[in-house]
Design a protein around this ligand. Structure first.
Ligand code: GLP
Length: 264
Protein backbone atom coordinates (compact mmCIF):
# COMPACT_ATOMS: atom_id res chain seq x y z
CA UNK A 1 0.00 0.00 0.00
CA UNK A 2 1.36 3.38 -0.98
CA UNK A 3 -0.03 6.49 0.74
CA UNK A 4 0.73 9.74 -1.09
CA UNK A 5 -0.04 12.88 0.90
CA UNK A 6 -0.65 16.13 -0.97
CA UNK A 7 -1.54 19.61 0.30
CA UNK A 8 -4.86 19.91 -1.47
CA UNK A 9 -7.48 18.63 -3.83
CA UNK A 10 -5.86 20.23 -6.88
CA UNK A 11 -2.55 18.40 -6.30
CA UNK A 12 -4.39 15.11 -5.90
CA UNK A 13 -6.30 15.59 -9.14
CA UNK A 14 -3.16 16.44 -11.05
CA UNK A 15 -1.17 13.47 -9.77
CA UNK A 16 -4.09 11.07 -10.36
CA UNK A 17 -4.46 12.31 -13.94
CA UNK A 18 -0.71 11.90 -14.50
CA UNK A 19 -0.81 8.31 -13.18
CA UNK A 20 -3.80 7.47 -15.38
CA UNK A 21 -2.21 9.11 -18.43
CA UNK A 22 1.00 7.21 -17.87
CA UNK A 23 -0.94 3.91 -17.59
CA UNK A 24 -2.74 4.65 -20.89
CA UNK A 25 0.54 5.52 -22.63
CA UNK A 26 2.15 2.30 -21.38
CA UNK A 27 -0.85 0.20 -22.46
CA UNK A 28 -3.08 1.96 -25.03
CA UNK A 29 -5.89 -0.66 -24.75
CA UNK A 30 -6.01 -0.09 -20.97
CA UNK A 31 -9.13 -1.34 -19.20
CA UNK A 32 -9.89 1.57 -16.91
CA UNK A 33 -12.33 1.47 -14.00
CA UNK A 34 -13.90 4.88 -13.45
CA UNK A 35 -15.62 6.60 -10.54
CA UNK A 36 -17.94 9.58 -10.12
CA UNK A 37 -18.27 12.23 -7.42
CA UNK A 38 -16.88 15.69 -6.83
CA UNK A 39 -13.39 14.33 -6.10
CA UNK A 40 -13.19 13.06 -9.70
CA UNK A 41 -14.11 16.34 -11.41
CA UNK A 42 -10.55 17.73 -11.25
CA UNK A 43 -9.04 14.43 -12.40
CA UNK A 44 -11.23 14.36 -15.50
CA UNK A 45 -10.52 18.06 -16.16
CA UNK A 46 -6.78 17.29 -16.29
CA UNK A 47 -7.31 14.21 -18.48
CA UNK A 48 -9.40 16.30 -20.90
CA UNK A 49 -6.66 18.95 -20.98
CA UNK A 50 -3.99 16.33 -21.74
CA UNK A 51 -6.15 14.93 -24.54
CA UNK A 52 -6.82 18.38 -26.00
CA UNK A 53 -3.09 19.17 -25.94
CA UNK A 54 -2.65 16.07 -28.09
CA UNK A 55 -0.67 14.10 -25.54
CA UNK A 56 -3.26 11.51 -24.53
CA UNK A 57 -5.15 9.16 -26.83
CA UNK A 58 -8.13 7.25 -25.45
CA UNK A 59 -9.09 5.59 -28.74
CA UNK A 60 -8.27 2.07 -27.53
CA UNK A 61 -9.15 2.51 -23.85
CA UNK A 62 -12.05 0.46 -22.49
CA UNK A 63 -13.91 1.89 -19.49
CA UNK A 64 -16.11 0.39 -16.80
CA UNK A 65 -17.84 2.66 -14.30
CA UNK A 66 -18.33 1.50 -10.74
CA UNK A 67 -21.97 2.30 -10.28
CA UNK A 68 -25.23 3.98 -11.29
CA UNK A 69 -28.39 5.00 -9.45
CA UNK A 70 -31.32 2.67 -9.94
CA UNK A 71 -34.21 4.45 -11.64
CA UNK A 72 -32.25 7.23 -13.34
CA UNK A 73 -32.11 7.17 -17.14
CA UNK A 74 -28.80 8.13 -18.79
CA UNK A 75 -30.15 11.60 -19.67
CA UNK A 76 -31.10 12.46 -16.07
CA UNK A 77 -28.86 15.32 -14.90
CA UNK A 78 -28.05 13.47 -11.65
CA UNK A 79 -27.25 10.13 -13.31
CA UNK A 80 -23.66 8.94 -13.36
CA UNK A 81 -24.06 8.49 -17.15
CA UNK A 82 -24.66 12.23 -17.37
CA UNK A 83 -21.78 13.02 -15.00
CA UNK A 84 -19.36 10.95 -17.09
CA UNK A 85 -20.54 12.48 -20.36
CA UNK A 86 -20.26 16.04 -19.04
CA UNK A 87 -16.93 15.63 -17.27
CA UNK A 88 -15.06 13.23 -19.55
CA UNK A 89 -16.60 11.33 -22.43
CA UNK A 90 -17.91 14.34 -24.40
CA UNK A 91 -14.39 15.80 -24.45
CA UNK A 92 -12.10 12.83 -25.18
CA UNK A 93 -11.94 10.12 -27.83
CA UNK A 94 -13.08 7.04 -25.90
CA UNK A 95 -14.96 4.95 -28.49
CA UNK A 96 -18.66 4.90 -27.49
CA UNK A 97 -18.68 1.09 -27.80
CA UNK A 98 -15.86 0.89 -25.25
CA UNK A 99 -17.82 2.74 -22.53
CA UNK A 100 -19.59 0.63 -19.89
CA UNK A 101 -21.73 2.12 -17.13
CA UNK A 102 -24.33 0.09 -15.23
CA UNK A 103 -27.82 0.68 -16.63
CA UNK A 104 -29.97 2.42 -14.03
CA UNK A 105 -33.18 1.73 -15.93
CA UNK A 106 -33.34 -2.04 -15.61
CA UNK A 107 -36.50 -3.09 -13.83
CA UNK A 108 -36.19 -6.81 -13.23
CA UNK A 109 -33.78 -9.70 -13.35
CA UNK A 110 -31.14 -7.61 -11.65
CA UNK A 111 -28.98 -10.65 -10.98
CA UNK A 112 -28.79 -11.55 -14.66
CA UNK A 113 -27.97 -7.95 -15.63
CA UNK A 114 -25.25 -7.69 -12.95
CA UNK A 115 -23.75 -11.03 -14.00
CA UNK A 116 -23.59 -9.70 -17.58
CA UNK A 117 -21.71 -6.60 -16.36
CA UNK A 118 -19.18 -8.85 -14.63
CA UNK A 119 -18.94 -10.96 -17.78
CA UNK A 120 -18.18 -7.86 -19.87
CA UNK A 121 -15.33 -6.98 -17.50
CA UNK A 122 -13.94 -10.50 -17.82
CA UNK A 123 -14.28 -10.44 -21.64
CA UNK A 124 -12.31 -7.17 -21.73
CA UNK A 125 -9.48 -8.95 -19.89
CA UNK A 126 -10.19 -7.57 -16.40
CA UNK A 127 -9.68 -4.05 -15.07
CA UNK A 128 -6.08 -2.82 -15.25
CA UNK A 129 -6.51 0.32 -13.19
CA UNK A 130 -9.49 1.11 -10.98
CA UNK A 131 -10.08 4.69 -9.84
CA UNK A 132 -11.98 5.06 -6.55
CA UNK A 133 -13.39 7.81 -4.38
CA UNK A 134 -14.60 7.14 -0.86
CA UNK A 135 -17.83 7.98 0.92
CA UNK A 136 -17.92 9.55 4.40
CA UNK A 137 -18.97 6.13 5.70
CA UNK A 138 -16.03 4.40 3.97
CA UNK A 139 -17.99 3.08 1.00
CA UNK A 140 -16.32 2.50 -2.35
CA UNK A 141 -18.64 2.43 -5.33
CA UNK A 142 -21.92 2.04 -3.48
CA UNK A 143 -20.70 -0.77 -1.25
CA UNK A 144 -22.33 0.50 1.89
CA UNK A 145 -21.18 -0.55 5.38
CA UNK A 146 -21.73 -4.29 6.00
CA UNK A 147 -21.32 -5.12 2.29
CA UNK A 148 -19.69 -8.51 1.91
CA UNK A 149 -15.99 -8.18 1.21
CA UNK A 150 -16.52 -10.87 -1.45
CA UNK A 151 -19.48 -9.06 -3.08
CA UNK A 152 -19.90 -8.86 -6.85
CA UNK A 153 -21.80 -6.39 -9.04
CA UNK A 154 -25.32 -6.22 -7.64
CA UNK A 155 -28.29 -4.12 -6.60
CA UNK A 156 -27.52 -2.30 -3.36
CA UNK A 157 -29.78 -0.34 -1.01
CA UNK A 158 -28.23 3.04 -0.13
CA UNK A 159 -27.47 3.87 3.51
CA UNK A 160 -29.05 6.77 5.40
CA UNK A 161 -25.73 8.64 5.38
CA UNK A 162 -25.43 8.31 1.61
CA UNK A 163 -29.06 9.40 1.13
CA UNK A 164 -28.32 12.49 3.25
CA UNK A 165 -25.16 13.24 1.25
CA UNK A 166 -27.07 12.89 -2.02
CA UNK A 167 -30.16 14.87 -1.02
CA UNK A 168 -28.43 18.20 -1.74
CA UNK A 169 -28.00 17.24 -5.41
CA UNK A 170 -31.72 16.73 -5.95
CA UNK A 171 -34.36 19.46 -6.10
CA UNK A 172 -36.48 19.95 -2.96
CA UNK A 173 -39.35 17.49 -3.11
CA UNK A 174 -37.63 15.42 -5.83
CA UNK A 175 -37.20 11.78 -4.86
CA UNK A 176 -33.56 10.82 -4.71
CA UNK A 177 -32.71 7.22 -5.63
CA UNK A 178 -32.82 4.68 -2.79
CA UNK A 179 -30.83 1.97 -4.59
CA UNK A 180 -27.94 1.62 -7.01
CA UNK A 181 -26.22 -0.97 -9.17
CA UNK A 182 -22.61 -1.19 -8.03
CA UNK A 183 -19.55 -3.29 -8.65
CA UNK A 184 -18.88 -5.37 -5.55
CA UNK A 185 -15.85 -5.26 -3.30
CA UNK A 186 -14.76 -8.62 -4.71
CA UNK A 187 -15.05 -7.14 -8.23
CA UNK A 188 -12.97 -4.09 -7.26
CA UNK A 189 -10.29 -6.21 -5.58
CA UNK A 190 -9.73 -8.07 -8.87
CA UNK A 191 -8.45 -4.90 -10.57
CA UNK A 192 -4.70 -5.15 -11.16
CA UNK A 193 -4.05 -1.74 -9.69
CA UNK A 194 -6.24 0.54 -7.56
CA UNK A 195 -6.01 4.29 -7.05
CA UNK A 196 -8.18 5.79 -4.28
CA UNK A 197 -8.56 9.56 -3.94
CA UNK A 198 -9.84 11.41 -0.89
CA UNK A 199 -10.00 15.12 -0.18
CA UNK A 200 -11.43 17.20 2.65
CA UNK A 201 -11.97 16.92 6.39
CA UNK A 202 -15.26 15.06 6.00
CA UNK A 203 -13.35 12.04 4.65
CA UNK A 204 -10.68 11.97 7.39
CA UNK A 205 -12.34 9.37 9.62
CA UNK A 206 -13.12 7.03 6.71
CA UNK A 207 -9.57 7.41 5.39
CA UNK A 208 -7.96 6.62 8.76
CA UNK A 209 -10.19 3.58 9.30
CA UNK A 210 -9.52 2.31 5.77
CA UNK A 211 -5.75 2.59 5.94
CA UNK A 212 -4.96 2.02 9.62
CA UNK A 213 -8.04 0.31 11.01
CA UNK A 214 -8.96 -3.36 11.00
CA UNK A 215 -10.33 -4.94 7.84
CA UNK A 216 -14.06 -4.90 8.37
CA UNK A 217 -17.25 -4.89 6.35
CA UNK A 218 -18.25 -1.89 8.50
CA UNK A 219 -15.74 0.14 6.43
CA UNK A 220 -15.77 -1.20 2.88
CA UNK A 221 -12.57 0.58 1.82
CA UNK A 222 -10.63 -1.26 4.55
CA UNK A 223 -10.85 -4.30 2.25
CA UNK A 224 -8.27 -2.57 0.04
CA UNK A 225 -5.66 -3.64 2.62
CA UNK A 226 -6.03 -7.08 1.01
CA UNK A 227 -4.89 -5.76 -2.38
CA UNK A 228 -1.21 -5.87 -3.32
CA UNK A 229 -1.11 -2.72 -5.48
CA UNK A 230 -3.17 0.11 -3.99
CA UNK A 231 -2.21 3.78 -3.99
CA UNK A 232 -4.08 6.23 -1.76
CA UNK A 233 -3.83 9.86 -2.86
CA UNK A 234 -4.95 11.91 0.12
CA UNK A 235 -4.97 15.65 0.80
CA UNK A 236 -3.88 17.10 4.15
CA UNK A 237 -7.43 17.59 5.43
CA UNK A 238 -8.47 14.02 4.61
CA UNK A 239 -5.19 12.72 6.09
CA UNK A 240 -5.62 14.56 9.38
CA UNK A 241 -6.64 11.46 11.40
CA UNK A 242 -3.88 9.20 10.05
CA UNK A 243 -1.33 8.44 12.78
CA UNK A 244 1.54 7.30 10.53
CA UNK A 245 1.89 10.33 8.25
CA UNK A 246 5.67 10.66 8.73
CA UNK A 247 6.15 7.01 7.86
CA UNK A 248 4.10 7.38 4.65
CA UNK A 249 6.25 10.36 3.63
CA UNK A 250 9.46 8.37 4.20
CA UNK A 251 8.08 5.40 2.26
CA UNK A 252 7.27 7.73 -0.62
CA UNK A 253 10.78 9.24 -0.61
CA UNK A 254 12.37 5.80 -0.66
CA UNK A 255 9.96 4.59 -3.34
CA UNK A 256 10.92 7.56 -5.54
CA UNK A 257 14.57 6.68 -4.99
CA UNK A 258 14.50 2.89 -5.27
CA UNK A 259 11.47 1.98 -7.42
CA UNK A 260 10.45 5.16 -9.28
CA UNK A 261 8.41 3.10 -11.78
CA UNK A 262 5.87 2.56 -9.02
CA UNK A 263 5.12 6.31 -9.15
CA UNK A 264 4.69 6.78 -12.87
C1 GLP B 1 -20.68 8.35 -4.44
C2 GLP B 1 -20.05 7.35 -5.37
C3 GLP B 1 -18.68 6.95 -4.88
C4 GLP B 1 -17.87 8.19 -4.53
C5 GLP B 1 -18.56 8.96 -3.45
C6 GLP B 1 -17.78 10.17 -2.96
O1 GLP B 1 -21.16 7.75 -3.30
N1 GLP B 1 -20.83 6.17 -5.51
O2 GLP B 1 -18.04 6.19 -5.90
O3 GLP B 1 -16.60 7.79 -4.09
O4 GLP B 1 -19.79 9.37 -4.01
O5 GLP B 1 -18.15 11.32 -3.66
P1 GLP B 1 -17.44 12.72 -3.52
O6 GLP B 1 -16.17 12.62 -4.30
O7 GLP B 1 -18.41 13.67 -4.15
O8 GLP B 1 -17.21 12.96 -2.08
Amino acid sequence: MLVILKPDDEEISLQAAQLIASAVRKKPPLVLGLATGSTMVGVYKHLVALHQQGSLDFSRVITFNLDEYLGLPAAHPRSFHHFMRENLFAHVNVAPGNIHIPDGTIRDDYDRYCASYEEAIREAGGIDLQLLGIGRNGHVGFNEPTSSLASRTRLKVLSGETLDDNAKFFAPGEDSPRCAITMGIGTILEARKILLLAAGQSKSSAVAKSIEGPITSAVSASALQLHADVTFLIDDAAASQLTQRDYYRRVLEMTALLTPDRLS
